[in-house]
Design a protein around this ligand. Structure first.
Ligand code: PBG
Length: 327
C-alpha cells in the first residue's frame, strides 16, 4: 500500500488549487495609506529613510490622494509637518495649520470615494517632539494634553475629516475626544483609537518624515514591548470610552497582540505597518537580499491572517496594484 494516504501537498499542486483553498485574501479596500504634507513646500520632497515616500506639497498631496482613491485603497491617514513648532504644538489646533488645511484639500478632492483620516497627536507640532504638553518638571502632563487633543479633534472634524486617530497614548484621550466632538456637533466623526501603541525602535524613519527632534523617549506613555495583557486593558478602556475602531502598532513584531485584540473585541481592528517596518524591507530589497513585491504581500498577508481587518501601510497604493495583478 502506498504511504502516506493523506497528502496535504495535493492542495498545493498548482496556483489554481492554492488560490481555491487560500484562507486569507487581501483586498485594496482594507488598506490605508499614511501621507505626509509639509507646510510651505512647492515641490514634494523625498524622505531618505523611507525610499518612495514623500513629504507632499499641498498640490502633490491632492493629486496623490486622488490617485490612492482611484487605486481603490480604503482610506488615507494624514500627517502634517508645520514649518514652525512650539512648546504647545499650537499649529495642530489652528484651523489654518498645515494638517487642517490638508484635510480640507483632500476631502474636497476625494469626497467620500475613500475614507479620510487624520493623526490626532501633538508630536508633529511640538518643538520638543513629545506627544503632549510638558509639565514644569519635563514630564508629559496627561490632563493638560487632553484639553489640547479635544481642541485639535474639533478643528479636524470642522475641516471635514471622516475619522480622527488619537495616537498620543494619553489616558482618557478617547473619551475626551468623543465628548468634545459630540459637544461641537460632530457626532458622526468616527474615532480610530491607537489603542495599543508600543514604545518601539521601529518609529525611527517617521521622525525624519515629520522632522521631529525628540528629546528623551516616549516610554512613560507608550507601552512596554514586554506586555500583552496590558494591551487588552488599553483596548477595553478605549472601546468603553467610545472608540469606533481600535489599532495595534507596530504590526509585524506584534502579531500576537493583533490576534489577541481580535479575539477580545468586536469592533474593527486595524494594524499599522510603521515606518521602520517599511524601511527594513526597502533597504534589504535595495541590496538585492529580498524579493521586494513578494515580501510586501507576505507581510500584509500575515497581518491580515493575525486578525487585522484594516492595515495602514506605506505600500497601500502599490499593494492595491499588485493585488489586482496577482489575484
Ligand atoms: C504619533 C504617531 C507616530 C506614528 C504615527 N502616529 C509616532 C510615534 O508615536 O512615535 C508613527 C508611524 C510610523 O512610524 O510609521 N503622532
Amino acid at each position: 500500500m502506498p504511504y502516506p494516504e493523506i497528502r496535504p501537498r495535493r492542495l498545493r499542486r498548482n496556483p489554481a488549487l492554492r488560490r481555491l483553498v487560500a484562507e486569507t485574501r487581501l483586498s485594496p479596500a482594507e488598506l490605508v495609506l499614511p501621507m505626509f504634507v509639509k507646510e510651505g513646500l512647492s515641490e514634494p520632497r523625498p524622505i531618505a529613510s523611507m525610499p518612495g515616500v514623500l513629504q507632499h506639497s499641498r498640490d502633490s498631496l491632492r493629486k496623490a490622494a486622488a490617485e490612492a482613491a482611484q487605486a481603490g485603497v480604503g482610506g488615507i491617514m494624514l500627517f502634517g509637518v508645520p514649518t514652525a513648532k512650539d512648546a504647545t504644538g499650537s499649529g495642530g489646533i489652528d484651523p489654518n495649520g498645515v494638517l487642517n488645511v490638508a484635510i480640507r484639500d483632500v476631502v474636497g478632492e476625494v469626497g467620500d470615494a475613500t475614507v479620510v483620516m487624520s493623526d490626532l497627536c501633538l508630536d508633529e507640532f511640538t518643538s520638543h517632539g513629545h506627544c503632549g504638553l510638558l509639565a514644569e518638571d519635563g514630564t508629559v502632563d496627561n490632563d493638560a494634553t487632553l484639553a489640547a487633543y479635544a481642541e485639535m479633534a474639533v478643528a479636524q472634524a470642522a475641516a471635514g475629516v471622516h475619522v480622527v486617530g488619537p495616537s498620543g497614548m494619553m489616558d482618557g484621550q478617547v473619551g475626551v475626544v468623543r465628548r468634545a466632538l459630540d459637544a461641537a456637533g460632530h457626532q458622526d466623526t468616527s474615532i480610530l483609537a491607537y489603542a495599543v501603541k508600543y514604545a518601539s525602535g521601529f518609529y525611527g524613519p517617521f521622525r525624519e518624515a515629520v522632522e521631529s527632534s525628540l528629546e528623551g523617549d516616549r516610554r512613560t506613555y507608550q507601552q512596554d514591548p514586554t506586555n500583552l495583557r496590558e494591551s487588552l486593558r488599553e483596548v477595553e478602556l478605549d472601546v468603553a470610552e467610545g472608540a469606533d475602531m481600535v489599532m495595534v502598532k507596530p504590526a509585524l513584531p506584534y502579531l500576537d497582540v493583533v490576534a489577541a485584540v481580535r479575539a477580545a473585541v468586536d469592533v474593527p481592528v486595524a494594524a499599522y505597518q510603521i515606518s521602520g517596518e517599511y524601511a527594513m524591507v526597502e533597504a534589504a530589497a535595495a541590496n538585492g537580499w529580498l524579493d521586494r513585491e513578494r515580501v510586501i504581500l507576505e507581510t500584509l498577508t500575515s497581518i491580515r491572517r493575525a486578525g487585522a481587518q484594516i492595515t495602514l501601510t506605506y505600500w497601500a497604493v502599490e499593494a492595491a496594484h499588485l493585488l489586482r495583478r496577482n489575484y
